[in-house]
Structure formats: C-alpha cells, structure tokens
Design a protein around this ligand. Sequence first.
Ligand SMILES: CC(C)(COP(=O)(O)OP(=O)(O)OC[C@H]1O[C@@H](n2cnc3c(N)ncnc32)[C@H](O)[C@@H]1OP(=O)(O)O)[C@@H](O)C(=O)NCCC(=O)NCCS
Length: 186
Amino acid sequence: MVQIIEIETNRLILRQWKDSDFKPFSYINSDKRVMEFFPSTLSRTESDTLAELCQSLMAERGWGIWALEEKASKKFVGFTGLHIPTDDLPFSPCVEIAWRLSADFWGQGLATEAATEALRVGFENLHLKEIVSFTARNNVKSLAVMARLKMVKDHQDFEHPSLPLEHPLRVHTVFRLSQSEWKANQ
Ligand SMILES: CC(C)(COP(=O)(O)OP(=O)(O)OC[C@H]1O[C@@H](n2cnc3c(N)ncnc32)[C@H](O)[C@@H]1OP(=O)(O)O)[C@@H](O)C(=O)NCCC(=O)NCCS
C-alpha cells in the first residue's frame, strides 16, 4: 500500500480527503467569487466527483491535491497540491501546482503557506525537475501566489485547449519553477 504524504505547516494540515470534506468543498465550488476564473460554478455532483478524483489519486500515488485543514479551527479550508494535467498543454507532460480556498480564508497567506510545502514535497521527495502553475490571464490573486513562490512567468501566454476558441478565459499565463531555481531560493 502506498504511504500517503501528509504535511503540517504553521497553520495548516495538508492531508488525504475525508468524506466530511465533500460538503464544505461543494460550498466552495458553488461560490461565484471562487469560480470567477473557471467556466462555471460546480454542482454538488460535479464537486463530489472532483473530490473523489483528488482522494483516489492521493491514495494511488501518495501525493497530489491535498485537502487543507486549519489547525486552530479544524475547518476544511480548500485544497492545494500537485497534479499531472490530462489536457494536452503546450508544456506537457508536466506537474502543476494548484490551489482553491474558501473565500472565508483568503487574505491570510494560507495558499502561499500550503504551496510552499507542496513545492518542497515536489522537489525533495518526488525529485521533480520542474513544477508549473497556470491560470486565466486576469486571475490576479492566483498569479500573485505564483510570484510569491518565486515562480518565473513565461513570456508567452497560451490558449487552454479545453476552453472554446472565443472563450474569455481561454488565454492563460504560465509560471514555472525548476528544481535548481527552487534550491537556490532556499
Ligand atoms: C488564488 C487564491 C488561492 C489566492 O488566495 P489569497 O488569500 O489571495 O492568497 P494567500 O493565501 O497567499 O494570501 C495572500 C494575501 O494574504 C495577506 N496576508 C495576511 N496575513 C498574512 C500572513 N500571515 N502571511 C502571508 N500573507 C498574509 C497577504 O498580504 C496577501 O494579501 P493581498 O492579496 O492583499 O496582497 C484564492 O484567491 C482562490 O482560492 N481563488 C479561487 C481559485 C483559483 O482561482 N485558483 C487558481 C486557479 S488555477
């Protein structure tokens, strides 16, 4: 059986998903503020399917998109973690780092805190050579997390293949961090 990597930061636990996370996760995915840079909010069923995917990939690989729990309150905060995108992206194959937090937890540095440790797992435990992150060009908050992690912005934006040609979110910005850049930043 695969050993699941779980991580503790100052304020958070990054852990395998529990069934009790599914309900608060569905609230997050139904919030228009959270889903502003995605094609739509998610229904309860769509949200549960996504949580089940995160849970099963974590069980299979021992790493992935971790559920975030705030230590002080024990509340489910959202997710942060590493994922192998299935879409055919201009820089595939790749491992991406991604985050989605309840708006109740924005503005506290929690996404950056979680992602800092997720990068550490990626580079130290999984020995990845590079981790990328990408989002719609105008997702300022997410791009700011990438910059805070000292990821490096690609000069070239790209068109996300899963969105229709004229879709306003189709143009994405990508940031990258190599293992050597990460080591130099430590
Ligand atoms: C992207 C997202 C995770 C960013 O959340 P965030 O709260 O802005 O990011 P952080 O957790 O890193 O917090 C940084 C903010 O907390 C502030 N902060 C407060 N206390 C802090 C502390 N102790 N340490 C660090 N920062 C702190 C920072 O100053 C910064 O505020 P600013 O945005 O006003 O400059 C969030 O907006 C989100 O979930 N969006 C929806 C999902 C999404 O779009 N995901 C990306 C698509 S791939």
